[in-house]
Design a binder for this molecule. Sequence first.
Ligand SMILES: [Zn+2]
Length: 331
Amino acid sequence: MKELIRELTQAFGPSGSEAPVRETIDTLIRPLVKEVRTDALGNLIAFRPGTGSGKRVMLAAHMDEIGVIVTAIDDKGFLRFSNIGGVNALALIGTRVVFAGGAAGVIGSEPVDELKDLKLEKLFIDVGASSRAAAEKQVGIGDMAAFHGPFQDLGDRVVAKAMDDRIGCAILVQALRELQDSPHHLIAVFTVQEEVGLRGARTSAYGAEPDVGIALDVTRVGDTPKSRTMEVSMGKGAAIKVKDASLICHVGLRRHLVEVAKAHQIPYQLEVLERGGTDASSIQMARSGVPAGVISIPSRYIHTPSEMVDMADVRSCVQLVVKTLEGPIDL
Ligand SMILES: [Zn+2]
């Protein structure tokens, strides 16, 4: 599974530029499902029919990652940029970025007196060019870049860029591999543009007409030194979301996920996330409403080039998805 995580995290895919990730996932899942298609926004939608009269279950993991977009190039060849999704200036200094075409750069900063003055407009990307003309040979206005964040295996834990939410994609791919018979009609959706407003989930949920929706995404933890209070910890199991800033999960579905975890001795923890949102919010409000919930992967250093997850938690999430799909879903 680590190799799958490496492959998915290293694919290029800032919001709106998910094609390379989509091609990677398409190749991986085609043998596992009946039908795969890409919709108008770029969501990759896979369908696997059930063996009985189960529910239409939509599982969603977002393909896009945060990144930066070039807004201007100065005479000396330095690029100014804006954010794609929730990018924190503090996490950027010294970070390397990589463009779709392969050009790379380093993020530098103008001098600032205080850290609170460190805003994106103080930062620039240095692509190693000595003039505007030289820079323009590599990049142009509107080009997007992703963080450079190689996959590293730390043993029980792994770290890479874009773990948010390629780890969700990896769990969904692995669940498709392990799932035997399911009574449910499964619609596995690898969504686009989550980081800029849960957009791909909105159109794909409308099209999928699910009876139930479950998103797979990362959540933060409260177990690092002097962290903000948060009950979720690394290594304590799949996090079953109760609420975040974008949705209150369907109570029956949340209870059902807990029951499945208990019945199969899958480690789990309940998650209340004070900020942030997930695709489940868009699914919940599709058409006339869909019971929706989230299985979250506890993660450290979210929205930096070094997002970390625990392999035992990843395993728990795969098992929870598989066991949920294998039995009846009573809400
Ligand atoms: Zn995410």
